[in-house]
Write a protein that binds this ligand. Structure first.
Ligand code: SF4
Ligand code: SF4
Length: 332
């Protein structure tokens, strides 16, 4: 039976070698799968996400690829979720009541998968809060049009008269979300993920999020994650690394607030995982952890807004009637 709200945690530091991290991660994944009592041959669709693609992909793959190997040995057939931008990724509309969006447009392969494995590196996002399992789930499982719907109207705008044309935002953006037209920068609505990274880099203040855009985006991400999770009685595994976030890009000073090394987490519930990560961060950094981790967050903004919205929509959270924070089970 699923132990809803239980999060397995292996305390480790970024100094641990890849074999140790991946071995412990595999242990956590097996603990979650054991709780779920999943058939040993249940197909799992996986997505491994590391925002630090340029600098840390090798490290992330060293942690995660051996976990995939262990799952294959266990008998699970693994398929990769197609990138959301893939034009062949058919969309399935999942109705949502009482949410920021009337329906979630999910990719057919993500919607149809009996179980999921979502692996990610937990990050502090300077503008929108904790970039955790709920966000990763929404972005991994949205269809191409769903991703556009998530971003629609909340992408940054560029004040042309203020833009100095330095191109720093173009250099920084890893998503081809902004280009230079020879004079000024121009946002590309079809590729900009509304992550807000470029805002931290613009020295003229030409880039601005629309008023309330962060809140709207968080609510949409929570709704999409809920649409994914509620459609999967068998759920799957969320595996998150809260380890050695290398400075994402050397030019981005806003990334100086790297999260502390607190270990690896795994759960059958992305909401519980994010809440558990927040509780570890609070334990390490104190009650002021949101300001420490998210220096650009608007005053009073909730770094866990997406997770709380997903919880409100029935995607998970701590055990019913239990404490506000999920139960952490330490492994190793
Ligand atoms: S908001 Fe993010 S994705 Fe969009 S242009 Fe800026 S850095 Fe790129
Ligand atoms: S960083 Fe700011 S000033 Fe430089 S090109 Fe981008 S929007 Fe313009």
């Amino acid at each position: 039976m699923t132990r809803a709200g239980v999060v397995y945690h292996a305390p480790l530091t970024g100094a641990a070698d890849a074999a140790t991290v991946s071995g412990r991660a595999a242990q956590l994944v097996e603990a979650v799968l054991g709780d779920l009592e999943l058939p040993r041959d249940l197909p799992l669709a996986y997505h491994l996400q590391d925002h630090n693609r340029r600098r840390a992909e090798e490290q992330f793959l060293g942690w995660t690829v051996p976990v995939l190997d262990r799952l294959r040995e266990r008998g699970h057939a693994l398929t990769t979720l197609a990138p959301a931008a893939s034009p062949s990724r058919d969309a399935v509309g999942v109705p949502l009541q009482d949410a920021a969006v009337p329906f979630a447009s999910l990719a057919r392969d993500a919607h149809a998968a009996p179980g999921l494995l979502i692996g990610l590196r937990l990050e502090s996002h300077p503008r929108s809060g904790l970039a955790g399992a709920v966000r990763a789930t929404a972005l991994a499982c949205a269809s191409a049009e769903g991703k556009l719907a998530l971003q629609s109207g909340v992408q940054p705008r560029i004040e042309r008269s203020v833009c100095g044309g330095c191109g720093m935002c173009v250099t920084l953006c890893g998503n081809d979300g902004v280009r230079h037209n020879g004079h000024v920068a121009v946002i590309r609505p079809e590729t900009c993920l509304a992550c807000g990274d470029c805002l931290a880099e613009c020295h003229t203040g030409a880039l601005k999020f629309p008023e309330g855009g962060g809140d709207i985006l968080q609510a949409r991400l929570g709704a999409y994650a809920a649409a994914v999770v509620r459609g999967k009685p068998r759920r799957g595994v969320w595996l998150a690394f809260l380890l050695g976030e290398p400075q994402r890009r050397a030019v981005n000073l806003a990334r100086a607030a790297a999260l502390p090394d607190l270990g690896v987490l795994a759960a059958a519930d992305p909401v519980a995982l994010d809440l558990a990560a927040a509780s570890l961060l609070e334990g390490a950094l104190g009650r002021d952890w949101p300001a420490v981790c998210h220096p650009g967050l608007a005053a009073g903004a909730d770094p866990l807004a997406a997770a709380r919205e997903a919880a409100r929509l029935g995607a998970g959270g701590p055990e019913a009637g239990g404490a506000a924070v999920p139960r952490l089970v330490t492994v190793g």
